[in-house]
Design a protein around this ligand. Sequence first.
Ligand SMILES: *Cc1c(COP(=O)(O)O)cnc(C)c1O
Length: 377
Amino acid sequence: MKNSFSSRTIAVHAGSQGDPQFKGAATPLYPASAYDYEGRPTLYPRYYNTPNLVAASEKVAALEGAETGLMFSSGMSAILTGILSVVKQGDHIIFQSDLYGGTYYSVSTELPRLGISISMVDASNPQNFAQAIRPETKLIYIETPSNPTLKITDIKAVADIAKAKGIVTMIDNTFASPVNQNPIALGIDMIAHSGTKYIGGHSDLCCGFLVTSKSLLQNVLSKAINYGGSADANTAWLVERSLKTIVIRVNQQNQNAQWLAEKLASDNRVKAVYYPGLENHPNHAIAKVQMPGGFGGMLSFETKENAHEFMGRLQVIKRALSLGGVESTMCSPMKTSHSKMTAEERKAIGVADNLVRFSVGIEEAKDLWDDINQALV
Ligand SMILES: *Cc1c(COP(=O)(O)O)cnc(C)c1O
């Protein structure tokens, strides 16, 4: 695909493996796990090179403006494989402290016991990363917008700090999706996605992606083959199909989220709203630059009354963990992603007991507001 094509065109066409036999418009499903090896590179699902895996990963890579990528069985598999492709025993990694809960628990339990040391820094000031660099620092890892309070990390500032020291950078771009934010263009080396969210987009599958340069992929692929986190052909085929509509889905989610964030912010039953598209968001100006596609479909807000009772009264918006689907969902971080923290720990990172995380879907925004309006007291 030409780089000059717009993202909607790329989403529909990039990565397609075609149908040489019947000339159909869609990539056929190739479930085979055994292929002829004579005269060609061996295809095998755990080598990440079977046709449906390649179609889906090339589409995500093209949408991110990356050279290449791999598809994994989950976002966490992509994240951990990516990290372990860069570091070894004795190395040091700097993470931003606002991390997706699963990533936080995974890296803080798995990495130290392999002899890899980690630091967690407040990402609100990029200089905090510079100050945490040690001679053995090999990787800087960020996530923006963050979960669940939608904080924004200045991607280019962090990438520049790392580049000056020859340190590899990695970002979790799940919340923004490849539609709104393309960190490779800002100097980031590796992008991870939970494909379970906006990429799948219909709350019905689990997968992950890692996209990067061809040179860095060599290491990622050799680790990925050893760790065995490849996705299956059915999921890859479904994801290629989902990705054809990601731009129009996410555009609608951006638009709905902006409108709802403004409605919530002007309602006196709501104590606070967190959304990078609001002008009073502390990093709205940075978000505007690094999220040219839009501010995303995720927002959170704090109710004045009991948030759990509020969610119990919703009729259209579903109460659910996970995010990024076409249907709107809400969850309580206190009861889900942040339930293992004490009330004091949650307070320190701004996760109030009445905080509601809202994954805005593609429904009519007015219908969503009517549902919220009848449930708020
Ligand atoms: C869901 C999620 C992950 C983990 O992805 P899985 O597909 O559940 O393994 C990582 N990062 C973010 C931001 C997520 O939302």
